[in-house]
Design a protein around this ligand. Structure first.
Ligand code: UDP
Length: 308
């Protein structure tokens, strides 16, 4: 069972689980996910998509082996537009998913996030860092919900011995990201393709480290198989400034777009890069797709969407 199964990462996860020969039930309320993301697998006898809000409780017949909780708005403009829903899916939704996993004797996995580190004062970020989060800022609804979700997973593990996993997912990109989700990669790519100005917020000196979705999903499944209950970072340590990212996308797109600067959003993290030593040590995982290679693949997707 994959909550958020019609979302960007959730839908790629459904693909990978089907490839393993598993039967997949995807749940999604379509706030940010879309049935179009799983259209290519909807005819599969092993796949089912159900429109459902996991905050209302989920009761399923039959056996469930894995409960993978990937439902949540994840882009700052989207969780900013749905703050209460974002809080609920991280807290109530996580509790419901853990309850389901407990009832079924299933392994539970939480899609957590690098946002739990907030605007980090330690760089790169190891899992041992507790973070620097503003609970009452515009990102608080997402950051604190995910921190609470991690606390829930640990509590169910300790109190009820549920087999749990927590993956802290850093910035990820690839096909099926929403063009209009407001994040840097979709914005810059759509702007570059259309020849519109590229909107870099602030001076663009803030950094991010971008992972291609196939690397991420491979890490998620390897962690599901062989990880432990403590959080693990999954992301690509190749760090770039947002200005470098904008310039790279302009070059890869062969675009003439100019760069314009806008206001830096409140509490925008100044630097972000995963320390992936733990994933490397425990499951031998590291990303294989380089930044430009990954961006070229994502760009191809946005071109196909733009020309459709
Ligand atoms: N950003 C930008 N222009 C945009 C969208 C985002 O300069 O059109 C910046 C944003 O301020 C942040 C970085 O790009 O510093 C990454 O933002 P994104 O929304 O992709 O995700 P975040 O990592 O902040 O969750």
């Amino acid at each position: 069972m994959v909550s958020g199964g019609a979302g960007f990462i959730g839908s790629h996860l459904c693909d990978a689980l089907l490839e393993r020969g598993l039967a997949v039930l995807a749940l999604d309320n379509f706030i940010t996910g879309s049935p179009g993301n799983v259209k290519h697998i909807e005819a599969s006898p092993d796949f089912e998509l159900r429109q459902l809000d996991v905050n209302t409780g989920v009761f399923l017949d039959g056996d469930v082996r894995y409960v993978l909780h990937f439902a949540s708005p994840a882009s700052p403009p989207q969780y900013g537009a749905n703050p209460i829903h974002t809080l609920k899916v991280g807290t109530v939704g996580t509790m419901n998913m853990l309850g389901l996993a407990r009832a079924k004797g299933a392994t539970f996995m939480l899609a957590s996030t690098s946002e739990i580190y907030g605007d980090p004062l330690v760089h790169p970020q190891p899992e041992s860092y507790w973070g620097n989060v503003n609970p009452i800022g515009p990102r608080g609804c997402y950051d604190e919900a995910k921190r609470c979700a991690e606390a829930y997973a640990m509590a169910y593990h300790r109190a009820h011995h549920v087999d749990t996993r927590i993956v802290r997912i850093f910035n990820t990109h690839g096909p099926r990201m929403q063009v209009s989700d407001g994040r840097a990669v979709p914005n810059f790519m759509a702007q570059a393709i259309r020849g519109e100005p590229i909107t870099v917020y602030g001076d663009g000196a803030q950094t991010r480290s971008l992972c291609y979705v196939s690397d991420l999903v491979r890490g998620v499944l390897e962690w599901l198989d062989r990880g432990d209950e403590l959080p693990v970072n999954l992301g690509n340590p190749e760090e770039v400034t947002v200005l470098e990212l904008a310039r790279t996308i302009i070059r890869l797109a062969g675009s003439r777009s100019e760069i314009v600067h806008g206001d830096l959003p409140e509490d925008d993290p100044k630097q972000r890069r995963p320390d992936i030593a733990r994933a490397q040590r425990l499951i031998g995982w590291r990303p294989e797709v380089g930044l430009e290679d990954g961006l070229s693949r994502t760009l191809e997707y946005f071109r196909s969407v733009e020309s459709a």
